[in-house]
Design a protein around this ligand. Sequence first.
Ligand SMILES: [Mg+2]
Length: 232
Amino acid sequence: MKKNAEFYIVDFDRTLADSDKLTEVFVEVCEEYNAISREQISKADMDMKRLGDSFDTAGYVRDHLNNSGRGAEWDLLEKKYIHESKSLNMLLSGAAELLHWLDSHQKDYGILTYGNPLWQRMKLSATGFNRVPHIVLERKDKGSLISSWQREDGSFELPHELGGGVAERIVMLDDKAVSFENFPPHPSKGYWVLNPERELPSQQGSVPDNVERCNDLHLALGRLEHNIIDKA
Ligand SMILES: [Mg+2]
């Protein structure tokens, strides 16, 4: 079985990708197709946020088309959205550098993303990350899931969606504190990547001791490089 020193888990929304821009382009494509009005989407989004849940943007529009007898148009709209997005840069600052670093250092990594499967898969395709091993989770506590992979000897048995094999430790980057709940202890390591000037209530919270806060991905990457030098 393949054995890695470490496996990197990177979050998608608001860590690698500009989620606001991904939603904005979707709304624009919906308007262009007269699928639904901007007002209708924002109202549904606000209603959902009041309930404290994440809004299933794509599912909402697909249901709306189905209910108005226009279900056949969904596939075209989805294709158009993915096509439009691919011509734009949807990555956050530092994301391209992080991915380049992971690739050039032959680090194994995967994406763990929380949200509605339809909308998450569309966004992953829209940014080309559907080619990276990934898991779409419908629960927020990623840390508990990762801890469930830990074996008696302390190593982690990686799920086949992330390429399988065993890793000695997990390194995770995520913008939400809740993602680190029950995250495995040292030598695993977390980087809570969140700019205090732009933080949202859903990103706030407390994190375990082995999780370091960084304002952006450039700083997180600097820490990753530093930690490797420390060990050398
Ligand atoms: Mg996120």
